[in-house]
Design a protein around this ligand. Structure first.
Ligand SMILES: [Zn+2]
Ligand SMILES: [Zn+2]
Length: 396
């Protein structure tokens, strides 16, 4: 079966769906209109639908005509708090909210795959589950976990799971893959430095938390340069500093907020411990105290299964003209990682960088623009993975 030809045949529908989603973006856990639309589209393909799964999530289940494995395909549904400034004529109709990460394209591509698979269900082995997930951008409380808790990976148990992300850093139509760790664990931390305030002219009678904060910020970079194995990727950034009200007042408290990114659990544990030790130690040196907190539900590292990735790449290579590239890991976080903790599978990227069409702005930019010509390729790839991995004698 020529999946790309099938996807090309329904390309107008894929693009139309994408533009509808694009015009009506909704923030994390508020995907009400979006999830209704998804449920309606799946229903119209005669796919069984369960709505309000883990919040606004939607689960579609398609039974193939032949016995086989259970394959789950996932798309995320949330937009971002960004005011759209792109030059497309189907711009967001919601003030201050935009599909700036391309989750609109993920939904449209997955609905396209659902269409192809549902129209070929007699030939399809096993079961395909379509996971439309809320709130990927939420950070710690992302929508994957509540969907898993609502049972989407069980009854029937999912054997393989695949997810796709549109990617502004890759050439249009290029597919980026990697076995093993592909995206980081994003751990958010907060350091509250408690000093003792007073008059700006008499610092010796105070414990100046701003001065201490400056030392903490510098010392934290020593965690990455001196305390973590340099061959293991690790980033620490302090992104927010809060303290003070007026130039001649030394405040009582300063608060730092930051993020650390790691690609393996051992480095992650070590880094978190060191951040805490360094922050406490520096504060103690200067007579302040530190309260260090980490977000408790941070996303895990996204780890692609070695065998499943190898097989998936062999499947995707059969798409005519497709360019597949092995990529370096990305230090962004993804809660697709949670699905990969329940079943082997692969998270992969689809490039949309196309200067000729003005598609040059990064994901999350107010000018983020997608080359819609690549969407059919996304649909074809997802449908193919479900079709091939569902087959009990297939690539798996
Ligand atoms: Zn994003
Ligand atoms: Zn995203």
């Amino acid at each position: 079966m020529d999946f790309l030809a099938e996807a090309a045949r329904i390309e107008p529908e894929i693009i139309k769906n994408r533009r509808t989603f694009h015009q009506h973006p909704e923030l994390a856990y508020h995907e009400e209109v979006t999830s209704r639309l998804v449920a309606e589209k799946l229903g119209s393909m005669d796919i069984s639908v369960r709505s309000r799964v883990g919040g606004t999530g939607v689960l579609g289940t398609l039974e193939g005509g032949k016995p086989g494995r259970v394959v789950a395909l996932r798309a995320d549904m949330d937009g971002l708090p960004v005011q759209e400034l792109s030059d497309v004529d189907f711009r967001s109709k919601v003030d201050g909210v935009m599909h700036a990460c391309g989750h609109d394209t993920h939904m449209a591509m997955l609905l396209g795959a659902a269409r192809i698979l549902s129209e070929n269900r007699r030939e399809l082995c096993g079961t395909v589950k379509f996971l439309f997930q809320p709130a990927e951008e939420h950070g710690g409380k992302g929508g994957a976990m509540p969907m898993i808790e609502a049972g989407v990976m069980k009854d029937p148990k999912v054997d393989y799971v695949f997810g796709l992300h549109i990617d502004s850093t890759r050439k249009s139509g290029e597919i980026g893959v990697r076995e093993g760790a592909i995206m980081a664990a994003p751990d958010t931390f907060k350091v509250k430095i408690v000093g003792r305030g007073g008059h700006g002219s008499a610092p010796h009678e105070t414990v100046d938390p701003i001065y201490v904060a400056a030392h903490v910020i510098l010392a934290l970079q020593g965690v990455s340069s001196r305390m973590i194995d340099p061959v293991r990727p690790f980033v620490i950034s302090v992104g927010a500093v809060h303290s003070g009200t007026k130039e001649n007042i030394i405040p009582d408290v300063a608060v730092l907020e930051g993020t650390i990114r790691t690609l393996d659990e051992a480095t992650r544990r070590r880094a978190k411990k060191r951040v805490e030790t360094v922050a406490r130690g520096v504060c103690k040196t200067f007579g302040a105290s530190a309260e260090v907190e980490f977000e408790t539900d941070a996303y895990p590292v996204t780890v692609n299964d070695l065998k499943a990735t190898e097989k998936a790449v062999r499947v995707l290579r059969r798409i005519p003209g497709v360019k597949i590239k092995r990529i370096e890991p990305v230090l962004g976080g993804e809660d697709f990682s949670r699905f990969l903790q329940k079943a082997p599978g692969m998270f992969y990227f689809l490039g949309t960088d196309n200067p000729a069409k003005g598609c040059v702005y990064p994901n999350h930019s107010s000018r983020f623009k997608v080359d819609e010509d690549v969407l059919k390729l996304g649909s074809a790839s997802l449908a193919m993975l479900a079709f091939e991995f569902g087959n009990p004698r297939g690539p798996a």
